[in-house]
Design a protein around this ligand. Structure first.
Ligand SMILES: [Mg+2]
Length: 276
């Protein structure tokens, strides 16, 4: 396969690093630091894209830098950051946000006015759901009313649950999205993996088309599915949630193009070592 790769899109958890959930710190996985250096040496833009919506992007840069993983400003993406960038690009100026700082900060940084989910909020063009524990029936009713009144519903992620040190943790925005769809019959548009919207943001940042991207991740249902849908080169790593057998169990056209036991093997790949 001959391809020119101009951008490498790395998942964070289980791919570049592992998070110590108690301390909130990251440890680089084997080969991660060298893989990023190899990309840089080859003139390939590096993007770190996590599917988490708990924190705004700025939260991650210093924690990853402490683990030796340096990501260029603006090149760390979360579903909420992708949502904010996409909605701003689509001309949304006022959005009702039901979510915590992980969602609110990127929306505000994108220059979008945040409307609180209150009974007297008035008309809005869109509602955006993100992770929050700080809501009740009043907020839920306000979001539903906004959609009844014509607002388009969006969510960063609708994952049913997340892995945490305490086991499964409920995906709140997925639960709210299900409630919203139940009440309004409107489909909630999702920005996070495995939807391909994040790769549009990568194109906006780097100029690379999806076919010129390598998507590297530990989850066949998230990174690999997203990359395959978009026509990117997909690279699975077995340092996270899936082993090689799980990666290989997918149908050929949905399977990772290659599976590595760690990022230590990435620097040896032809698209990184041979000039385009
Ligand atoms: Mg992962």
């Amino acid at each position: 396969m001959t391809r020119t790769i101009r951008a490498a899109v790395f998942d964070i958890d289980g791919t570049l690093a592992l998070m110590n959930k108690k301390a909130g710190t990251f440890t680089a996985l084997p080969g991660a630091v060298d893989a990023l250096a190899a990309c840089e040496a080859a003139g390939i833009a590096v993007i770190a894209y996590t599917n988490g919506t708990f924190f705004p992007p700025a939260h991650y840069y210093p924690l990853l830098a402490d683990a030796g993983i340096r990501i260029a400003p603006g090149h760390l993406l979360t579903p909420a950051a992708i949502a904010a960038e996409a909605l701003a690009r689509q001309g949304y100026a006022r959005i009702m946000v039901m979510g915590g700082d992980g969602t609110r900060v990127p929306v505000r940084d994108a220059g979008i006015e945040i409307v609180e989910p209150t009974p007297d909020a008035g008309p809005v063009d869109a509602v955006l759901l993100g992770y929050t524990r700080d809501f009740g029936a009043t907020e839920l009713e306000a979001v539903v009313q906004a959609v009844w009144d014509g607002a388009r519903p969006f969510a960063g992620s609708v994952a049913p649950y997340f892995a945490s040190s305490n086991g499964r943790m409920l995906g709140i925005s997925g639960a709210i999205a299900a409630a919203l769809e139940n009440a309004t019959d409107q489909k909630v548009t999702v920005f996070g993996k495995p939807e391909v919207a994040g790769l549009d943001t990568v194109t906006a940042l780097t100029g690379a088309a999806p076919a010129e991207m390598a998507v590297i991740g530990d989850d066949p249902k998230l990174e690999i599915r997203m990359g395959r849908r978009a026509g990117a080169l997909t690279v699975g790593v077995t340092t996270g949630i899936a082993d090689e057998a799980l990666f290989m169990s997918f149908p050929a056209d949905e399977r990772a193009h290659m599976v590595l036991s760690s990022l230590e093997q990435l620097a040896d790949l032809p698209w990184l070592t041979e000039p385009a």
